[in-house]
Design a protein around this ligand. Structure first.
Ligand code: NDP
Length: 456
């Protein structure tokens, strides 16, 4: 029984379910099936692939509440947010069903030849190593464009969300995708190296922590296979005097506490101009103190438990070190539910550099707030982070907007709204947040052979 992998409800510590991981021969036959399936899947007409993706979308919508319940049980996010996540996956499937063919068109190039163009050809089986924070969305963000492109998918999901991993496989099966187009491999991280190195696997994508990304990218590099990394972030959220303050505060609270704060593109460091800092801070703290923390199955809950006790302990330790390093906590003390991975939403002010607040990703409902003297000051501090995923500016001044867009070191800058992923927009980071882009046309081209064709 100690080889079993358990899903544990982080709201109360109870074991939900146990799973038997795949053994070596199980992995072997899955890889064989993937390689075999690819040989026929790559020739399936685009219209047929699109139809299957639309069926997957129908199933996601029809079964959203069932899948959402399993997500909430396994990783603790508030149920309504889990349901929203499943439905968002349907929009990704529909997006690629509708636009896939145009993204995949040959690109004509004028040369001295009679005809020259780039054709997009799929690569084969692609491994996705995925995290637990958005157990459905992170996977569909990879799978919908990948399947439309003609690749086949292999999923190694985080070990705490294996029911969701099996539910995702079920979506594709029910939608009518041929067997082997998308397979969930119930494997631990120690089995990932062998899969990446296997000749049948052509590329790997990972969303998760820096250490996991570094390991996977090194193995992919050593085997000369393309990789894409979506790692952590410590996104800056800058508020200037011309901002609509009501909207800025409301957005700041959602951007920091949505998904109980466990999002790579959550705003984590707030830089507020001195002229409005006192008012912003007062409202921000009041809004945090008003958040309802508790049972994620309840409609009124804003913030649930974190996904695991270990994640909670790591965040609690980071908060501790930032407080010892000079930060001040602005939010009220709370009594939390007893058993489970609970932590109070909190705002830490004026943390010193060299503390987790400035240097690390804080993966939970903890906001870091600083007063800044100018936009230049805000941008300089924002860019001190090793991460570069998203960023937000609240301002109505065109010159400030332009400056932020040009100077913030991030894969995305959102003006007067929170950073959010959208199937129509490319998504990805720079610096230690990773490389490559998912979603939009980029996501579809990520793992393709852009073959140059020249006809004399
Ligand atoms: P991990 O990066 O460890 O987990 C993400 C995925 O990578 C899981 O499927 C995991 O499998 C796998 N994995 C872990 N280590 C390796 C490895 N050496 N080789 C191959 N695969 C590996 O994240 P954690 O769950 O440990 O979270 C730790 C921190 O990472 C968070 O607190 C947060 O800061 C960051 N994070 C960021 C995310 C984002 O969206 N950017 C998402 C999740 C985490 P297994 O579960 O079996 O270990």
């Amino acid at each position: 029984p100690d080889t079993q992998v358990q899903s544990i409800n982080p709201a109360n510590g109870e074991v939900i379910e146990s799973f038997t991981p795949l053994n070596a021969s199980g992995i072997e036959s899955a890889l064989d099936k993937a390689a075999d399936r690819f040989l026929s899947w790559r020739n399936v007409p685009l219209a047929e692939r699109a139809e299957l993706l639309n069926s997957a979308a129908d199933i996601l919508e029809a079964k959203a509440s069932e899948y959402a319940r399993d997500i909430t049980l396994e990783m603790g996010k508030p149920l309504a947010q889990a349901e929203g996540e499943v439905k968002k996956c349907a929009t990704a499937c529909r997006h690629y069903a509708e636009h896939g063919a145009s993204y995949l068109q040959d690109e004509t190039i004028r040369t001295d030849a009679h005809r020259a163009f780039v054709r997009h050809l799929p690569m084969g089986p692609v491994l996705a190593v995925m995290p637990w924070n958005f157990p459905f969305w992170q996977v569909f963000r990879f799978a919908a464009p990948g399947l439309m492109a003609g690749n086949v998918g292999l999923l190694k999901h985080a070990s705490n969300v294996w029911r969701s991993a099996l539910n995702i496989e079920d979506v594709f099966r029910r939608a009518g995708f041929p067997d082997g187009c998308f397979q969930t491999l119930l494997i631990g991280s120690s089995d990932v190296e062998g899969v990446i190195r296997d000749n049948r696997v052509k590329a790997v994508t990972l969303t998760g922590s820096g250490p996991a990304g570094r390991s996977v990218a090194a193995i992919a590099g050593d085997s000369i296979k393309p990789s894409l990394l979506e790692l952590g972030g410590s996104d800056a959220f800058i508020v200037m005097p011309s901002a609509d303050l009501d909207k800025a505060v409301k957005t700041a609270v959602t951007a920091r506490t949505q998904n109980s704060g466990q999002s790579c593109i959550a705003a984590k460091r707030f830089f507020v101009h001195a002229d409005i800092h006192a008012e912003f801070s007062k409202r921000f703290v009041a809004a945090f103190d008003a958040l309802e923390v508790g049972d994620p199955m309840k409609d009124s809950t804003d913030v649930g438990p974190l996904a695991t006790l270990q994640i909670r302990d790591e965040l609690a330790d980071q908060v501790d070190r930032s407080l010892k390093g000079g930060a001040e906590s602005l939010t009220k003390d709370r009594t939390l539910p007893g058993k489970g991975a609970w932590i109070a939403p909190q705002i830490l002010a004026e943390a010193h550099s060299g503390t987790p607040s400035t240097d690390e990703e804080m993966f939970g409902p903890v906001a870091n707030l600083w007063k800044v003297s100018s936009l230049d000051d805000a941008i300089a501090r924002a860019n001190r982070s090793v991460f570069g995923l998203g960023s937000t500016l609240f301002s109505k001044e065109e010159a400030e907007i332009d400056k932020a867009v040009n100077e913030l070191e991030a894969g995305a800058t959102f003006i007067n709204s929170m950073v959010a992923s959208d199937p129509r927009l490319p998504f990805g980071g720079i610096k230690q947040s990773g490389y490559g882009r998912e979603l939009a046309a980029d996501g579809l081209h990520a793992f393709m052979n852009r073959k140059t064709v020249s006809v004399a």
